[in-house]
Design a protein around this ligand. Structure first.
Ligand code: CA
Length: 268
């Protein structure tokens, strides 16, 4: 599977399609920055997990640099099949999708995502400006379009708008002790430390967090985390709970095993 991490080096931005690349990595979006008492710029949790499906390496590096500078966590898929695989495995808050991919088209990716029930916002990045493409994409469930070439600031603004729209007016953030779960952005953090969760781990944590302090049975977790016709190992939930415990340690809430009954997310 073609999965790579695009470089962190902000200089990669100079390869971006903008005719006049600007040093936006040094200037996080105004609404997302606050001044702490020491006068140092700090991000106030604007981060989201974002999947880039883009086959042009220099473009992917440039986009990743812009979005990382805005505080987001970025994964890159270099073709459509890898993108679909990642999207089914990880809890992304947003997907940016290139239409011209080496294997299946971006339209196919979008169709598969929506057919599979994914409601993740999709921002289509495309060089094509044919009106039919835009109409077809929107019909298939794209949430917004950005035509190449675009300015880094425009990319960042569109991403921010889509994430805001997904969040809605109401807060979708849950705090349990030192743990913060942001449903709309699909990120969890403990004392400000980002906790990287895979899709199933995320699902188990969400279920436990929804009934914090109460026992959630293994059977219930099994039925809520896995599909009806999915083959599931008998100890699958134990495995995910063990991984979650490791990731929440040492300062996050604990997941207690209540023998014979299930699990409790304990905020203390
Ligand atoms: Ca392409």
């Amino acid at each position: 599977m073609a999965r790579t991490n695009a470089g962190h080096d902000p200089r990669a931005l100079t390869t971006l399609l903008s005719p006049t690349p600007r040093a936006l990595w040094a200037l996080p979006a105004s609404g997302d920055v606050s001044l702490d008492s020491g006068g140092v710029n700090v991000h106030t949790l604007p981060m989201a997990r974002i999947l880039l499906i883009e086959d042009d390496p220099s473009l992917a590096r440039g986009i990743a640099a812009v979005l990382r500078a805005a505080g987001h966590t970025i994964d890159l898929a270099e073709d459509g099949e890898s993108g679909l695989m990642l999207a089914s495995d990880e809890p992304y808050a947003l997907i940016t999708l290139d239409l011209g991919l080496p294997d299946i088209s971006g339209f196919e990716v979008l169709r598969s995502l929506r057919a599979g029930g994914s409601k993740t916002p999709v921002l289509v990045l495309t060089a094509r400006d044919a009106i039919e493409d835009r109409v077809a994409g929107l019909d298939l469930g794209a949430d917004d379009y950005l035509l190449k070439p675009f300015e880094p600031s425009e990319l960042e603004a569109r991403v921010r708008a889509l994430l805001r729209r997904a969040t809605g007016e109401a807060s979708s953030t849950v705090m349990i002790g030192a743990l913060v779960i942001d449903h709309a952005r699909a990120v969890a953090s403990v004392n400000g430390r980002l906790v990287e969760l895979r899709r199933r781990e995320w699902a188990v944590l969400e279920r436990l967090a929804a009934r914090v302090g109460k026992v959630v049975s293994k059977e219930r977790l099994n039925s809520e985390v896995f599909g009806y016709d999915e083959p599931v190992a008998p100890n699958a939930i134990e495995v995910y709970v063990a991984r979650l415990r490791r990731k929440l340690e040492p300062d996050g809430p604990t997941i207690r095993t209540i023998r014979g009954l299930g699990y409790v997310l304990d905020p203390s």
